[in-house]
Design a protein around this ligand. Structure first.
Ligand code: GTP
Ligand code: MG
Length: 171
């Protein structure tokens, strides 16, 4: 059959934002984990969309592991950045990590798409995706295509919309 184009996706964001839960939902149901545990270091996951074959580097968001992120910038074709929309206290930390990412020499001059998930939208005190976007100053990103989706990773809501956008950017 037709070979799908291979893309490397880097999944970033603070610990507990829902990265692993999101990636798990995107995998075929027969390969999904039943239980999600905090990621140590990183995990590599693979899944396919209609036209692409994804290899996802699901990084740990714990501060002690964030120094690992930059080693994968060069080889990545897209970034998924996950935010816990209910974690207002750490929104500024998420912004700091995002700014550090966007200013990194291996990312700065690369026109790779960045997909944001404003995750945990099911929680009562979750901020809207518009509000998350404002707090992270996403409108300042001029040199890369970006998109933000509200998501509920537990139910899988909002994830396909995001993946469709990403696929459109790459193909
Ligand atoms: P690290 O691996 O430590 O960086 O965390 P992570 O970003 O991979 O988060 P993980 O997927 O492990 O999820 C953390 C917790 O948030 C788990 O208890 C998930 O069940 C929960 N969670 C993830 N997504 C959602 C969501 O959309 N809504 C709610 N209510 N909980 C969520
Ligand atoms: Mg994880």
């Amino acid at each position: 059959g037709l070979r799908k184009k291979k893309v490397n996706v880097l999944c970033l964001g603070l610990d507990n934002s829902g990265k692993t839960t999101i990636i798990n939902q995107l995998k075929p149901s027969n390969t999904q984990a039943q239980e999600i545990v905090p990621t140590i270091g990183f995990n590599i996951e693979k899944f396919k969309s209609s036209s692409l074959s994804f290899t996802v580097f699901d990084m740990s968001g714990q501060s002690r592991y964030r120094s690992l992120w930059e080693h994968y910038y060069k080889e990545s074709n897209a970034i998924i950045f996950v935010i816990d929309s209910s974690d207002k206290l750490r929104m500024v930390v998420a912004k700091e990590e995002l700014d550090t990412l966007l200013n990194h020499e291996d990312i700065r001059n690369k026109k790779i798409p960045v997909l944001f998930f404003a995750n945990k939208m099911d929680l009562r005190d979750a901020l809207s995706s518009v509000k998350v976007s404002q707090m992270l100053c996403l409108e300042n990103i001029k040199d890369k295509p970006w998109h933000i989706c509200a998501s509920n990773a537990i139910k899988g809501e909002g994830l396909q919309e995001g993946l469709d956008w990403l696929q459109d950017q790459i193909t």
